[in-house]
Design a protein around this ligand. Structure first.
Ligand SMILES: [Zn+2]
Length: 463
């Protein structure tokens, strides 16, 4: 009999969907005993365990006995414990892991921080005069702002492991409650791939679209295909669009106007949505990146798209700074979010003045270790990768990763399709493989092992 997952997609919470634990049929009747203890009547707050912080409503009821598996410090000076009761085979938590997860990816954690960057009013004033300010002065202004604000404590930049920490901790709790040292789960990527990589570009000008062809040539010569998100504020050369599509590149959507209007009010959003949908269908676009990555989390689910790439993993440098802290895709309604996980080309080379792709490559290595998604966001336009020095740095990045066969390199739309497939109920999909979660004595000892570990395990057991 084939193992099944316990419930339909809608009944599972988002964190369970990311974890993808495989449950055998016999276990179905047994509810997983990972419980939140006590009422959660207070507003969400930060719960801090050493260098890990999560944002959730605290549950303060004390559970006598059991073994403490983690403890969390709160701003009010109190400490709350998570514990395991071996006799009851239950894990008791002072917060809901599913809630903490949603508070990361939806950026609801912002309610617990000071606002960074400019206010809505300041931004509105800026966009009213932007075209009168020379670009050089705009860049200087942003550099000054970066220096004045410094880097935020949360999310960490360039890499934040909060969602990874939560996922590992939650896996530990689930396995403890099941009384297991190891369990199978839906591996993150098809087959034996250890991580995934997608390349997406926002095309800012009609000239940028012509430069896109050069960028496509470069990528193709190293075996890559990428997507180009086009804007509605210039006339897109249909010949170039056709050529890119025929060569296996993808065309996406970068909005109707390059400003914050789409998400500035509900009325604006409603007004632009039908025109966005018709632009998407005329371009054959399935993906979207919001202009300047402005976003209202819930509204992204209402766009006529298959996937979105407007939310950063961690990006304090955007006009709407923030981050979902996740190295994996997630769902906003039926839309798959593919968060970008490397600093943007403009941030790295222009704002921060880096002279090599070293930071990108280090970050890519760290993401492969985490088995996550490497998502590079760059621009073909003159001031970005259209600049020969930046182009050379991008080439170096492509070369370094081109031979890495363990990294899956699909088009963004293929990745979104995969993520839906992995989330589905069918376990006998041929590309679906299983990884192994292994836990040790403490909550710090949790290992997500790729499918080859499972194959080795089965080989050892013999036929
Ligand atoms: Zn843009």
């Amino acid at each position: 009999m084939r193992p099944q997952i316990p419930a339909g997609r809608e009944e599972r919470n988002q964190l369970d969907r990311l974890l993808g634990l495989i449950v055998d049929p016999g276990e179905q009747a047994d509810p997983v005993k990972v419980q939140v203890v006590g009422g959660q009547d207070e507003p969400p707050t930060w719960l801090i365990d050493r260098d890990w912080r999560l944002f959730a409503r605290p549950a303060r009821e004390l559970i006598p006995g059991g073994r403490e598996i983690a403890s969390f410090d709160l701003d009010d000076g109190s400490t709350l414990s998570a514990s395991y009761d071996g006799a009851r085979k239950s894990v008791y938590l002072p917060f809901s892991p599913a809630e903490a997860y949603v508070n990361y990816v939806s950026e609801a954690w912002k309610a617990g921080t000071q606002r960074r960057g400019l206010s809505a009013r300041q931004l509105q004033a800026f966009y009213a005069v932007k075209r009168y300010i020379p670009r050089r002065l705009q860049i200087q202004g942003r550099k000054l702002l970066v220096r004045r604000l410094g880097l935020p404590e949360f999310p960490r930049w360039p890499l934040d492991l909060s969602v990874s920490r939560l996922l590992h901790f939650y896996a530990y709790c689930c396995l403890l409650a099941r009384g297991e040292q190891a369990a199978e789960f839906r591996w993150f990527w098809p087959g034996r791939h250890e991580a995934a990589l997608i390349l997406t570009h926002d095309v800012e000008t009609a000239e940028g679209l012509r430069l896109a062809v050069e960028l496509a040539d470069l990528e193709e010569s190293y075996g890559y295909r990428s997507s180009f998100n086009l804007g509605g504020w210039y006339d897109a050369d249909r010949g170039v669009v056709r050529e890119l599509t025929e060569r296996g590149f993808e065309i996406g959507l970068h909005g109707l106007r390059h400003d914050r209007t789409l998400f500035s009010s509900r009325a604006q959003f409603e007004a632009q949505r039908p025109r966005l949908a018709s632009l998407a269908s005329s371009l054959g676009a399935e993906g979207f990146r919001s202009p300047a990555t402005y976003r209202v989390f819930e509204w992204l689910a209402e766009l006529a798209i298959s996937y979105d790439g407007s939310i950063s993993h961690s990006d304090p440098f955007e006009p709407q700074p923030g981050g979902c802290c996740s190295l994996w895709p997630f769902f906003i309604g039926d839309v798959v979010e593919l968060p970008y996980t490397l600093p943007q080309d403009y941030t790295l080379f222009t704002l921060l003045g880096h002279r090599s792709p070293e930071l990108w490559l280090e970050q890519a290595d760290r993401i492969v270790e985490e088995h996550g998604l490497i998502h590079a966001l760059s621009h073909p336009d003159r001031a970005y990768l259209g600049n020969p020095e930046n182009r050379a740095r991008y080439r170096e990045f492509l070369v370094a990763l081109s031979e890495r066969a363990e990294i899956w390199k699909p088009l963004p739309r293929e990745l979104a399709t995969w993520w839906r497939l992995r989330d589905g109920v069918e376990l006998d999909e041929p590309r679906m493989s299983r990884g192994v979660i292994r836990i040790g004595e403490t909550a710090d000892e949790v290992d997500f092992q790729p499918p080859r570990a499972l194959e080795k395990l089965r080989d050892k057991r013999g036929p």
